[in-house]
Design a protein around this ligand. Structure first.
Ligand code: GDP
Ligand code: MG
Length: 367
């Protein structure tokens, strides 16, 4: 599946990606030309068609390849931490017995897949092994891979009316998990796909937070709405959305202050921000994205569980997957929380954001 198809699938519920429409037009036009050419010369039309197709395929392949190799690099620590060990482990064994399963269980847990998710996986492997008498290592590896893919299958929640414009994305989470950085990356990504994006600096808690997002906005050349430190985050949100409506923006992304689920006043503030969005657009935010730091492993899962008790989160962003051996937490998060991971952070640079793709993720882990 090409990058444009993917972007369409995930983002373009409310409208088509213009570039894609353009591309389709171009392909249509090129087909028409091809047909006309056919009348003139059958041979030359075939050559033309083939070359158009191969250029298109090449571009798609290039961009897919780039995303995959970045993901491979990102997950290298997780892979080394566990899956390489597993490779070694597999190569030394020639029998799948209870000893083998015990060790497999231990390895899954050390990779931050978590106890309950690991038990689920082991159960399935065990059942398969007892059903099929002679199971070799490759088979076990394949079952493991399939099981992990299944666990990553989380349904998309029903989003609010996706026809709304602007599409409002609210980022929430504790301090330092990567909200602001992810917002900058996402704004840049959307902008590069021809969207008009407006950022709202609703983390008014610290002056440094406003400065930080303002710097990012300048860097990625994206407009931002901000007020002075200490102002009401709901008021900033109000201004941002009003401005987006008057200026026909496609997306609004709101940064918020880091907060813990147990800080009642801060959680009330979040509710106030959401209800401000509802008041202006008649809909709740299209996405409430909880950012989690993957490098904290199982703690990220616990943090999410606590947060979800009091906030209506629709999507997750897993940051800092690069440089951590705890990438296995992605699997337990998908298994234990019924909320899709939409974004993954694969580095500190503005281009280091990917849309989470479970197949690519698993392939990369087992690479
Ligand atoms: P916030 O407090 O949630 O807004 O977090 P920030 O966006 O300020 O990020 C905190 C730190 O995490 C910064 O130093 C970022 O550069 C870093 N960071 C964010 N995302 C990533 C990522 O995907 N990979 C890495 N390596 N660092 C990240
Ligand atoms: Mg921040």
């Amino acid at each position: 599946m090409g990058i444009f198809n993917k972007i369409n699938k995930i983002f373009a519920k409310k409208d088509d990606i213009e570039t894609n429409v353009d591309n389709k037009k171009k392909i249509k036009e090129s087909k028409r030309t091809t047909q006309e050419n056919k009348i003139i010369s059958e041979k030359s039309s075939t050559v033309k068609q083939l070359s158009t197709e191969s250029t298109k395929k090449k571009n798609e392949n290039d961009s897919n390849h780039k995303i995959e190799s970045k993901l491979d690099k990102t997950l290298s620590k997780t892979r080394e931490g566990f899956f390489n060990k597993m490779k070694f482990f597999f190569s030394g064994k020639n029998k799948v017995d209870s000893d083998f399963l015990d060790q497999l269980e231990e390895m899954l847990i050390t990779c931050d897949i978590g106890v309950s998710t690991t038990i689920k996986i082991i159960d399935l492997v065990e059942r398969y092994v007892s059903k099929h008498k002679y199971v070799d290592q490759d088979e076990v590896k394949n079952i493991l891979k399939e099981q992990i893919k299944n666990l990553l299958d989380v349904n998309e929640p029903n989003l609010s009316d996706s026809q709304t414009k602007p599409y409002v994305i609210l980022f929430v989470g504790v301090n330092g998990v990567g909200k602001t950085t992810t917002i900058a990356k996402l704004a840049n990504f959307l902008k590069n796909n021809g969207k008009k994006v407006l950022i709202g600096a609703a983390d008014t808690f610290r002056a440094a937070a406003i400065e930080q997002i303002d710097l990012w906005a300048k860097k990625i050349n994206t407009p931002i709405v901000k007020q002075k430190m200490g102002s009401d985050p709901a008021a900033v949100t109000y201004d941002t959305i009003q401005s987006a409506i008057s200026n026909d923006f496609d997306y609004v992304i709101i940064d918020t202050a880091g907060r813990l689920h147990n800080k009642i006043n801060l959680m009330t503030e979040l509710e106030k921000i959401s209800s401000t969005v509802r008041k202006i657009t008649n809909f709740p935010p299209n996405e409430v994205v909880l950012a989690l730091d993957a490098s904290t492993g199982q703690n990220a899962l616990e943090q999410a569980k606590q947060f979800l008790k009091s906030t209506n989160v629709t999507h997750l962003a897993l940051t800092k997957l690069d440089g951590t051996a705890k990438g296995g937490v992605v699997i337990s998060i998908c298994d234990q929380l019924n909320i899709p991971i939409k974004y993954i952070g694969v580095g500190e640079k503005v281009e280091d954001l990917q849309l989470f793709d479970k197949s690519k993720f698993v392939e990369s882990l087992f690479n």
